[in-house]
Design a protein around this ligand. Structure first.
Ligand code: ZN
Ligand code: ZN
Length: 350
């Protein structure tokens, strides 16, 4: 099969790759759509980060490895012991292949499992014509959820998980710092969960149209306005109940803290590239809660239901669609697309 295969730093190849044999409890998926994520560019440019340089403790996989962790497809083969899925099922894939046996897994915290293999990093992923994945990672798409939308259940689940971590309540007010893919997914999750107002703070005006179409109350362009001033004006001088830091930078965290009301919550959704310092007394004296989020646990069925019912909209995140043979060039030049790209989709049938 044709695949995008990762060999190491700045070495990603579009080539013929052998299909894996099905093992116990696994299924083979004919991939329909795969979304290109910044994490993959980071792996290409600065990795191996998530891909194991040595064989993964559970899967034994290392480079060369097929990347891709946001994808959907049709089940075309099932192992003899799989009863929950059958050929022809339309599915999307939860990328966290956890052990399902340790204490953390049994408590529903699979993303924290110490031997979890991330599909597309710790085992072969979805930048290929087909993928072999554990049946337990597959979620059936409801009738109104297209394969295109199905490939975006993963980043939307990241966003929904962050709302649950931040204990967001219907009727509250929120700010999203950063209007990239995760910021816009967070905006959608906030809307779907009945949040009253969502302010999106972003430095690139190219994201304004997407943020407004996806339901932002107001897009605050950091070069034109001071987010703190605008948000305090709109909230009777109080600030929002909850702010999501979706950039991964010290200044963005400062902004998130500065627009959050006393007693409110700031959720760190973006990975910080380096340690940062800030004044904890500003957090303590205002009794602000700082929470963190990574990946997702059981959010996939909820996101599929929200897409099915129309309270989330995957199409609004898609900026381009291209065939697999053109994806290598796009992925390796990802940063050049930065300001105009939300999600580029690979159409495997093209
Ligand atoms: Zn991703
Ligand atoms: Zn585990």
């Amino acid at each position: 099969m044709k695949a995008l295969v990762y060999y190491g730093t700045k070495d990603l190849r579009y080539e013929e790759f052998p299909e894996s044999q099905l093992k116990r409890s696994e299924v083979r998926i004919q991939v329909k759509f795969s979304a290109i994520c910044h994490t993959d560019f980071n792996e290409y440019a600065n990795g191996p980060l998530y891909v194991s340089a040595t064989p993964h403790p559970r899967t034994g996989r290392s480079v060369p490895l097929v990347l891709g962790h946001e994808f959907s497809g049709e089940v075309v083969e099932v192992a003899a012991d799989v009863t929950r899925l059958k050929t022809g099922d339309r599915v999307t894939v939860n990328a966290v292949d956890c052990c399902r046996q340790c204490e953390l897994c049994r408590r529903g915290l699979g993303a924290q499992c110490s031997v979890a293999a991330l599909i597309g990093f710790g085992r072969d992923g979805g930048y290929a014509e087909s993928a072999v994945v554990p049946a337990d990672c597959c979620h059936i798409l409801r009738p109104n959820v297209s394969y295109r939308a199905g490939a975006l259940v993963e980043p939307l689940s990241v966003a929904l998980h962050s709302l649950r971590r931040a204990k967001v309540e219907a009727g509250s007010r929120a700010a999203v710092i950063g209007g990239g893919a995760i910021g816009l997914c967070t905006l959608q999750a906030l809307r779907a969960c009945g949040v009253l107002d969502v302010y999106v703070v972003e430095k690139s005006s190219a994201k304004q149209r997407y943020a407004e179409e996806l339901g932002a109350t107001e897009f605050i362009h950091t070069e034109r306005a001071d987010p703190r001033q605008v948000i305090l004006e709109r909230t009777n001088g109080m600030g929002v109940d909850v702010a999501f830091e979706c950039v991964g930078s010290g200044p963005a965290l400062e902004t998130a803290l500065s627009v959050t009301r006393p007693g409110g919550t700031v959720c760190l959704s973006g990975l910080l590239p380096r340690p940062i310092e800030f004044n904890w007394n500003n957090v303590l004296s205002k009794e602000k809660t700082i929470t963190t989020t990574i990946a997702y646990n059981d959010e996939f069925p909820m996101v599929i239901a929200m897409l099915n019912g129309g309270s989330m909209n995957a199409e609004g995140l898609i900026t381009r669609t291209l065939p697999l043979r053109e994806a290598l060039d796009t992925l390796t030049h990802f940063e050049e697309w930065g300001s105009t790209n939300i999600r580029t989709m690979i159409d495997m049938s093209a």
